[in-house]
Design a protein around this ligand. Sequence first.
Ligand SMILES: NC(=O)C1=CN([C@@H]2O[C@H](COP(=O)(O)OP(=O)(O)OC[C@H]3O[C@@H](n4cnc5c(N)ncnc54)[C@H](O)[C@@H]3O)[C@@H](O)[C@H]2O)C=CC1
Ligand SMILES: O=C(O)C(=O)Cc1ccc(O)cc1
Length: 367
Amino acid sequence: MGKQVLVIGLGLIGGSLALSIKKEHPECTIIGYDLDEEACKLALSLQVIDRYVTDYKEAASTADFIVLATPVQSAIAILDEFLTIEIKDSCLITDVGSTKKDIVAKGEELMAKGVSFLGGHPMAGSHKTGVAASNERLFENAFYIITPTASIPFSKVIQLQNWLRGTGARFIELEPEAHDLYTGMVSHLPHIIASALVQEAGKLGKEHPIVTELAAGGFRDITRIASSSPSMWRDILLHNKEVLLTMLEKWEMSMKDIRSILAQEDAEAIYAFFDEAKQLRDALPAGKKGALMPFNDLFVDIPDHPGVISDVTGILAEEKISITNIRIIEAREDIMGVLQLSFRSKEDVQLAKKILQENMYDTYETS
Ligand SMILES: NC(=O)C1=CN([C@@H]2O[C@H](COP(=O)(O)OP(=O)(O)OC[C@H]3O[C@@H](n4cnc5c(N)ncnc54)[C@H](O)[C@@H]3O)[C@@H](O)[C@H]2O)C=CC1
Ligand SMILES: O=C(O)C(=O)Cc1ccc(O)cc1
């Protein structure tokens, strides 16, 4: 009989992992569970899972591999329950939570009982939620952080990577504390700032509705992540509290510094502030998938002319290059607009770029 995989939490990440596990291990049965039965039904009809259960305990006791893909606090509560039920000795349990210290500590309690837990965090995703947004290639080329402790045998680390080989992700190992510090900086703090910015614009927009209309381009780009799941982010903040409290304090100081150089009209210091930031930003690795850069995008300048979008998509279709997302940025009458095209892989981006340039379109990638 094939192996049994239990995925608890059938949202964007649980659904995407289920698809990539099935792709690599077609003989296994993927059993789904979600608190929300509608998510189970949708996952089944989208063929993300083979069947679902309305109580995960029995399925957990026979599973070979269990993936916890709920918000962090719920995953910890489920591990607590696992302490009270029979789990097969050979079973491996992992999670996908965006914070690692607390959940790995809970996993250690299971390890003490002879149950294997290995924490994980795929560093790719989206502001979208729910199983309908799942994609078996979501994690391709992305970092997938795993947090083995001294109590987990190396064979289990290999086992996890084998189960998850279909993700096409790049596995790296980190201590749970280091994980929470680094992701606090590149993912959690930016999320708080993006959400606070939207809040501020919302306040001004109440008095001056035009502000909302004007919030295009750059504002939309840097606040995209504020559209993510509030319950997921509530749990992330609560489980990375100490790290984030320190970072917020430093952030407040940094804002005070900027406020002060502006109040003094210190043009040189203001220039240096932006110049240093530009150099740091320009030096970030390009083309890698990270928490802040999950897409393979190509931007194409387009004249505001009827039929131009179907021309671009037609050229790509002829070459059999699949577009995964398409967006028109700031296209107004009489000026050039920009078409943002997302592709499945870096290779597709390069191919699309070459073909569109041959057809006289100006294209560019962002770093
Ligand atoms: N969204 C993203 O980009 C990324 C999210 N993560 C982590 O993945 C986890 C899941 O996030 P998403 O899939 O994005 O969220 P989602 O909102 O798309 O899905 C979460 C699912 O878990 C279900 N759920 C909640 N509590 C449950 C419980 N007690 N038992 C069973 N099901 C329960 C919800 O009904 C929902 O269907 C979170 O821990 C998050 O920190 C990790 C990497 C990226
Ligand atoms: O949408 C984006 O750009 C993200 O930042 C997605 C994301 C959210 C949470 C994570 O723990 C990892 C990645």
